[in-house]
Design a protein around this ligand. Structure first.
Ligand code: R5P
Length: 294
């Protein structure tokens, strides 16, 4: 087994390689003066199973294209199998044509990932509004791992929760709220969310009483922070004692982090699928464990 890290997954690659007792293959990645990308794999991958780790955060097009070059190259150099490990999977939210004429970007991206020779695909808490959607789009096996239990273990060990309750800000997040609640030993519920635009959401409360309780909000992605800000305000307004926030992918675009703290959240905890100031939880053991089982 060989492990290769793209520019979006270098740290994770080093940590996963450590967990597996391997050394990551050397890769030269640079740009030509005209802006084109240059890739060279400095290892013999012929006949090997190769895991390419690339998270698509912050520069999704750049990291995605780099993945295409890496994958196509290792297949061309004779790799037997290429396991695409794409912990943060960009474009997953554009999985439908919401308005006439829009690109269904998710479909295009998955098609290309398959076309360059990926034989298996791993992601973590990939945004999926319809469960099973990714497996339907691809012919190769897709494994969608979850970091929710790891996040919950971190919260349980470090945050001394009193009368805890776990809340998902929308319907899809019920899966992460319920997985975290199980680890923490709490009950869980979801809020109701209506997206009004890329940066604007409307959130309404449901029946669960959070007065005097410590609330953990669980979500997959924090991008602009709009969802978490609205959820925090609602929960504080309902008398929550503390509001803590955990997510798998802390994209934290623009001023998302200060906005969340200003709204009354005590702490934001994310994983290192996206390097950020709040990436306290490592998913390296999750990825290494999944690779080991192949
Ligand atoms: C959407 O359904 C996702 O699960 C997240 O809640 C959303 O992507 C977060 O985006 P933002 O931080 O921009 O509200």
């Amino acid at each position: 087994m060989k492990i290769i890290g793209g520019s979006g997954g270098r740290l994770l690659t080093a940590l996963v390689a450590q967990e597996l007792g391997l050394k990551a293959s050397k890769v030269e990645i640079k740009r030509f003066p005209d802006g084109e990308k240059y890739i060279r794999i400095d290892d013999d991958v012929s006949g090997e199973d190769v895991a390419i780790i690339q998270s698509m955060h912050h520069e999704p097009d750049n990291f995605l294209f780099e993945y295409f070059l890496l994958c196509d190259t290792v297949r061309d150099l004779g790799a037997k199998r290429v396991i695409g490990v794409l912990p943060y999977f960009a474009y997953a939210r554009q999985d439908s044509r919401f308005n006439p004429g829009e690109a269904v970007s998710f479909r295009t991206v998955t098609k290309l990932i398959e076309d360059v020779g990926t034989t298996e695909l791993f992601s973590i808490d990939m945004h999926q509004h319809r469960v099973g959607r990714v497996s339907e789009l691809l012919r190769i096996p897709v494994y969608n791992l979850t970091a929710a239990p790891l996040l919950a273990e971190y919260v349980k060990a470090n945050m001394q929760l009193e009368k805890p309750v776990v809340i998902g800000p929308d319907e899809e997040s019920e899966q992460w709220a319920s997985a975290a609640a199980k680890v923490i030993g709490a009950d869980h519920d979801i809020l109701q969310k209506k997206r009004l635009g890329a940066e604007k959401v409307e959130i309404t409360a449901r029946s669960l009483n959070v007065r005097g309780r410590d609330v953990l909000i669980m979500d997959d992605i924090i991008s602009t922070g709009g969802t978490i800000v609205e959820a925090t305000k609602i929960l504080k307004g309902q008398g929550a004692r503390r509001v803590l926030v955990a997510c798998t992918h802390p994209i934290l675009a623009q001023d998302a982090l200060p906005k969340i703290y200003e709204s009354g959240a005590e702490v934001v905890i994310g994983t290192n699928t996206v390097p950020s100031p709040v990436s306290y939880v490592s998913v390296a053991s999750l990825i290494a464990g999944a690779i080991r089982k192949l």
